[in-house]
Design a protein around this ligand. Structure first.
Ligand code: HEC
Ligand code: HEC
Ligand code: HEC
Ligand code: HEC
Length: 134
């Protein structure tokens, strides 16, 4: 009985979450961050869930990090926030700007893993990934 109520609650929660696009990371197939006042490049390819599965990344905080005193805080994550909430397009001195934040996070790992695109066109294909839905 409890189990049944629980699954109904879970299904209801999922249906509910589906109705709020802002929380559906599985719907993300590309990134075109609206925080940039204008875009020089087409959207970057990034199929959120499929990418992370293929790349074998289980810890959300690998990308959605929390920092304190100049270090990443272990065991905490910030997936409820946008990169642009913490990374300004025009950062203060010594802070990582939004464009660098994306490039460092994405490209550094591809270089380190020797896997995943590292060229401009590899991530920002001319054909243009479908615009992100946020
Ligand atoms: C490889 C990097 C990466 C990993 C790993 C990752 N994410 Fe994300 N995620 C992103 C990026 C980039 C965005 C877009 C952020 C933005 O728009 O500021 C995003 C967006 C989101 C969003 C917001 C969706 C929206 O429409 O605004 C949620 C929720 C989310 N991720 C949850 C998760 C969860 C939960 C995990 C772990 C299971 C996870 N992410 C792992 C990179 C990652
Ligand atoms: C809750 C705030 C917060 C969020 C959300 C956040 N960051 Fe950060 N991030 C920081 C802080 C603080 C630093 C350290 C100071 C700095 O470099 O600006 C940092 C540093 C970085 C660095 C530099 C790392 C290094 O070793 O120098 C990169 C790259 C980065 N963030 C990328 C991202 C990306 C991409 C996202 C979105 C997926 C994101 N961050 C979301 C707060 C945040
Ligand atoms: C922690 C490591 C890591 C981070 C961070 C990361 N990637 Fe990847 N990425 C990979 C690996 C590994 C692959 C190769 C996966 C495979 O196909 O085996 C990959 C593959 C890709 C591909 C090829 C297509 C695909 O989905 O397999 C694209 C496009 C891509 N990454 C974009 C991004 C973008 C954009 C970001 C930043 C928002 C990012 N990646 C962050 C590790 C990472
Ligand atoms: C590993 C993937 C990756 C690679 C390689 C990459 N980018 Fe990006 N880039 C991104 C992501 C993700 C964003 C943030 C989403 C967006 O485009 O709004 C971004 C944002 C940008 C932006 C700011 C937004 C805009 O369109 O004006 C510029 C400019 C840019 N990239 C240029 C380049 C250039 C030039 C290169 C090659 C030297 C390059 N990128 C290589 C993933 C990548």
């Amino acid at each position: 009985m409890y189990k049944r109520v629980f699954s109904i609650a879970v299904i209801a929660a999922c249906v509910f979450l589906y109705m709020i696009p802002a929380f559906c990371q599985e719907d993300i197939t590309s990134l075109l961050d609206p925080a940039f006042p204008k875009h020089e490049r087409p959207a970057a390819v990034f199929a959120h869930d499929a990418h992370n599965e293929k790349a074998g990344i289980e810890d959300c905080a690998v990308c959605h990090h929390v920092w304190e005193d100049g270090k990443i805080v272990e065991g905490e994550s910030s997936e409820d926030q946008k990169c642009s909430d913490c990374h300004a397009v025009k950062p203060e001195a010594g802070k990582t700007g939004l464009r660098n934040a994306y490039h460092k996070l994405c490209t550094d790992c591809h270089v380190k893993e020797e896997n995943g695109p590292v060229s401009c066109a590899g991530c920002h294909p001319k054909s243009g990934a479908a615009p992100a839905e946020h």
